[in-house]
Design a protein around this ligand. Sequence first.
Ligand SMILES: [Zn+2]
Length: 467
Amino acid sequence: MSSLSLYDTRSRTMRLFVPLKPGQASIYLCGATVQASPHIGHVRSGINFDILCRWMMKSGYSVTFIRNVTDIDDKILAKASEEEMPWWALAIKYEREFAAAYAALNVLPPTYEPRATGHITQMFELLNILMDRGVAYAPGNGDLYLDVRQLSSYLTLSRQKLDDLLTAGDADDSFKRDPRDFALWKAAKSGEPSWRSPWGSGRPGWHLECSAMAYVYLGEVFDIHGGGLDLIFPHHENEIAQSEAAGYPFAKLWVHNAWVTASGEKMSKSLGNSLQVKELLKQVRGIELRWYLGSAHYRSMLEFSHGALEESSTAFRRIENFLYRATEILGHMPVPSLSQDFIDAMNNDLAVPQALATISEALRVGNGSITAGNKEILELSANQIRGALEVLGCDPFDAAFVLPEGKDLREALDGTIQLALAERESARGRKDFAASDAIRDGLIALGISIEDTPQGPRWSITHPEER
Ligand SMILES: [Zn+2]
């Protein structure tokens, strides 16, 4: 098993990852609030944690990865009335857009992807525990609040002092024991969706959802809780408050990814639609956008610019073309392997920039080996580059990238058939007609017919009725 170190936000230290159960890793990541089309700031978190999951799986862990969908929330309700559609229709519309964006960027589906609205009864169970323990209270306005003054470890993740916290200053504050107490359950408002609870009709607070779903799928304690930096306070702080107040140890390690910034600022709606994933995918391929978004260290801000995206895509195509060239020369696809330098970089808090440096070096050596005609070195370099790209989710031979796009699929098929035809030519050249016929028959059996022309063999897909 690996010796992976990760930076733990709660202890502010680098910590060796020691799983609760040997060989297994349990991870909860706060997923999207599905109220708008995904932009690159949203999916960066998905990519960062996908790299973590892939690295853990590569290191031999069996990974249980939960990424929730927040499908009920103030923002969803506001957006639904703006777009004049039911809130659930809006939620599923954007949930599907997120799923499409993740798929285009080769982010592996989580083990489970629970929706908040599917776990209301489990939220009641958690609320019951908090009420029984006397840490939650119902002041009579239909809301339930958590009494934060009772919690000794409140705000230890964000390292703030309770008395320094600004209060929301809203009308509900007069009902609270302390204005910093936060809502676990919100009383029904007219025109808004609500569920009947033992404490009256209402809907869950956002923080409650994640505490409940983490418990359902990962239990009282699990290895890693992740999310974007902006979730540290109040969301993660309040998740800890609820779960610990219920008596659960909760997450052992807290991992947070930094933002994508544009002109130095956190991406926001004011930047318009140009940084939506679906818009950028009109300019670059999914694999190139993923490469760019995954290239910075997950704890570093990624300053977006179209120029940087272009440059990064060009650099990626050089690596990709090297792998295609190596495949032609070697006569087979590179077999993924990992260099020790790459392994060390990834184990060091997923140091992707250092990992990329090992790819650049392997590329330099590999290109040199083509010039020098050294197939052994070429094969080693190509294998290590493909192995590294696989961990980063950017393996150009990955069916996720090859299959969904018609153009790529056609090119890949053409390349594969050309390789078979080249083998057939060389068999004919050495008068091994048994071998050349076997290749031809094999292609015909796959529905590919070959026509020999003065310009060389041409292939086409046989109409099913002609077979
Ligand atoms: Zn959450």
